[in-house]
Design a protein around this ligand. Structure first.
Ligand SMILES: O=C(O)c1ccccc1N[C@@H]1O[C@H](COP(=O)(O)O)[C@@H](O)[C@H]1O
Length: 219
């Protein structure tokens, strides 16, 4: 995973096309019913076929059962499974072994001690560092457009590879890359005009800004 840009929560053919045309390295399909970005299995199947061969397809789930995973894997045929709940390292290993797909585990960061959660997940294929959800009623476990203090990652072993997310948008992604030096970035609500409504112009602007910042970070 190097200098990759993921656009998450795509739920229409038109906005998926915008992400593909703008060169997204990964696109995410959310299978979380309470999310405004949730896709049914049939829509996920259709969108996955549209993206096949053009980008990596990611399915995002929250503490999924084996049955939920089996349905999502069959319909969407993802290249990567993103787990955004409280899945233990053992459950991550089990999911990798049963479904034979790489797994990305999301971890919430709010204070320095949260970085200690990374090493138990060394068996995951990728780590996604996200903000912890706000403590307000109805808040989703992710996709809230909330950032964490990027300076917290100063304490991270630089050999650790991670994808950065949480409140990224076209205006702040360059600064986020400059400060945290992630291997990849992920955005959902920061490229929307309203909850679940992806904005093609913001998708394009985000990818352009991230690419420029990754290129600058290499020098
Ligand atoms: O996008 C969602 O609806 C979502 C729902 C539940 C868990 C995670 C979700 N998305 C992921 O959350 C982060 C941050 O999103 P944002 O850019 O701050 O809106 C990102 O990794 C999404 O993949």
């Amino acid at each position: 995973m190097d200098n990759l840009v993921k656009i998450c929560g795509l739920s229409t053919p038109e906005t998926l096309d915008a992400a593909l045309s703008a060169g997204a390295d990964m696109v995410g399909f959310v299978r979380i019913p309470k999310s405004p970005r949730h896709v049914s299995l049939s829509l996920g199947h259709k969108l996955s076929l549209q993206a096949r061969g053009r980008t990596q397809r990611v399915v995002l789930l929250l503490d999924p059962s084996d049955e939920e995973l089996a349905q999502a894997v069959e319909a969407i045929n993802p290249d990567l499974i993103q787990l955004h709940g409280s899945e233990t390292p053992e459950r991550v290993a089990e999911i990798r072994s049963i479904f034979k797909r790489p797994v990305m585990k999301a971890l919430g960061i709010a204070e320095p001690s949260d970085l200690q959660a990374l090493s138990p997940y060394a068996g995951a294929d990728h780590i996604l560092l996200d903000a912890k959800p706000p403590r307000t009623a109805g808040a989703l476990p992710g996709g809230n457009g909330v950032s964490f203090d990027w300076q917290l990652l100063n304490g991270l072993d630089r050999k650790v590879s991670f994808m950065l997310s949480g409140g990224l948008n076209p205006d702040n992604v360059a600064e986020a890359i400059r400060l945290t030096k992630p291997q990849a970035v992920d955005v959902s609500s920061g490229v929307e005009s309203g909850p679940g409504l992806k904005d093609p112009a913001r998708i394009e602007a985000f990818i352009r800004a991230a690419r420029t910042a990754f290129a600058a970070a290499r020098h």
